[in-house]
Design a protein around this ligand. Structure first.
Ligand SMILES: [Zn+2]
Length: 310
């Protein structure tokens, strides 16, 4: 009994400490976890506009009630559960050994060397799971979670520094100043560029920025859309190709002319912002086209080609 009391007292004494730890973990910089919340919401708001009728209906059916019928509300979810689902943490990115190209067999694994445990493997895996929608024999998957993961990771693979160098953890260990604020290069690409654009061009309104991106899609980028959507790999997605694009952009834009403790300002912002804008739009278009292939008319074309499992 005395021992039990002691344990209880100890536990009570540890409780505030534990709470503090939980709070500080939550407030910690988000590190290697993708476009910030706003980037993910924007990607999904664009995707929603390009869903086929069938895909929109399936998405509606799979969304949790808390989503209020909008895919975009659940797109940051995967970042919120990465402490709870620790296994999912490597699924947000891929690292290369300091080279400007991506190779699935070389780079898509977790720290224990498990193949497929990176953002590209995750996109293919959750796509494959969603193909079982409507098939009661294969309904052992939680397809609501599959959809929420897929929508998030298609955003992530388009953030150039989510396919960055292993050595600097996709820019996380490169300390920079964004104008006057101290941060790191990864965070600049997740959040700062988007936030500065919203403040400078869009009156701090995400909706206005999304509208501008949608307008670009029907105007300046309209000829590019079919090229972005083009994916010969009907069943397994073209996530591999999106990762290759990202590491190229990481080398040519994100890392370029950046060194430890550098101050990044107008020059960097104005030359990199167009890349961010385009990647958000591409991610939205490609997410829609993956969902349209899964749930839309293309569905009957899909044969049971086995995918690399995770
Ligand atoms: Zn992420």
């Amino acid at each position: 009994m005395a021992a039990l009391l002691l344990r209880l007292r100890l536990r009570l004494r540890l409780l505030p400490l534990l709470l503090l730890l939980v709070v500080s973990l939550d407030a910690a910089p988000r590190g290697a976890d993708a476009w910030g919340k706003q980037g993910h919401i924007m990607v999904c708001k664009i995707a929603e506009k390009y869903l086929s009728e069938k895909a929109a209906a399936a998405v509606q059916e799979l969304l949790p009630e808390s989503a209020g019928g909008e895919l975009s509300t659940v797109c940051p979810w995967a970042d919120e559960v990465r402490f709870h689902y620790r296994w999912s943490r490597p699924l947000h990115y891929a690292n290369t050994p300091g080279v400007c190209n991506f190779s699935f067999s070389r780079d898509c694994h977790n720290s224990r060397g498990q193949q497929g445990m990176c953002v590209v493997g995750a996109i293919n895996n959750y796509t494959d799971q969603l193909y079982s929608y409507g098939d009661s024999k294969k309904s052992s998957y939680n397809l609501t979670e599959s959809l929420m993961f897929l929508a998030h990771f298609v955003g992530d693979v388009h953030q150039p520094l989510h396919v960055g160098y292993e050595e600097d953890e996709g820019g996380n260990t490169i300390v920079v100043r964004w104008y006057r604020r101290k941060t790191n290069l990864h965070h600049v690409w997740d959040n700062s560029i988007i936030e500065t654009a919203m403040k400078d061009f869009y009156n701090r309104s995400m909706d206005t920025m999304v509208e501008a991106l949608k307008m670009n899609l029907t105007d300046g980028w309209s000829d590019d859309i079919s090229h972005w959507e083009n994916c010969a790999n009907k069943r397994a997605t073209c996530a591999n190709h999106y990762a290759i694009e990202s590491i190229h952009l990481a080398c040519n834009y994100a890392y370029k002319d950046v060194e430890q403790n550098i101050t990044l300002g107008d020059d960097y912002f104005f030359s990199r912002y167009p890349v961010v804008e385009k990647r958000l739009a591409q991610a939205g278009i490609r997410l829609a086209s993956i969902l349209n292939r899964i749930f839309g008319d293309d569905k009957q074309d899909a044969n049971a080609i086995p995918l690399q499992a995770q």
